[in-house]
Write a new protein. Structure first.
Length: 125
């Protein structure tokens, strides 16, 4: 069971990673509107897996991951300075299709809902 400190640090890493991704100037990252979905920090805080996703699909997410790997030194430096860590965790970036999947589900749900003449939603049965 992870300690309270590890859980809190995991949330802090996710928050800071989101802010740092906005400052990365690599066009593979900046042009794809990349979002951090989840971070998994190991209990000894030596490795961190960062799951990222893009609205443009899985292919653009994979390209963004390549850009993030190439900018890993910058990201790691910014993360350590923001969190004031003694030893910064090794970052591992993983492409995730969560945003694309949830957009498809939302589109299907919107197709099920109809509005009546008063503007109220009716569910198609």
């Amino acid at each position: 069971m992870p300690s309270f400190k590890a859980i809190r640090l995991n949330e802090d890493v996710m928050r800071e990673m989101t802010a740092i991704l906005r400052t990365v100037k690599d066009p593979r990252v900046a042009d794809n509107m990349v979002s951090v979905i989840r971070t998994d920090l190991t209990n000894d805080m030596s490795h961190c897996t960062v799951y990222v996703s893009s609205l443009k699909g899985m292919e653009s997410t994979k390209e963004a991951v390549k850009g993030l790997v190439s900018a890993q030194g910058y990201i790691k430096k910014m993360l350590c300075s923001a969190l004031k860590l003694r030893k910064c965790p090794e970052l591992h970036f993983v492409a995730d299709d969560s945003i694309e999947h949830s957009a498809k589900i939302s589109k299907m749900l919107r197709g099920l809902v109809k509005e009546d003449e008063n503007g109220e939603d009716l569910i198609d049965e």
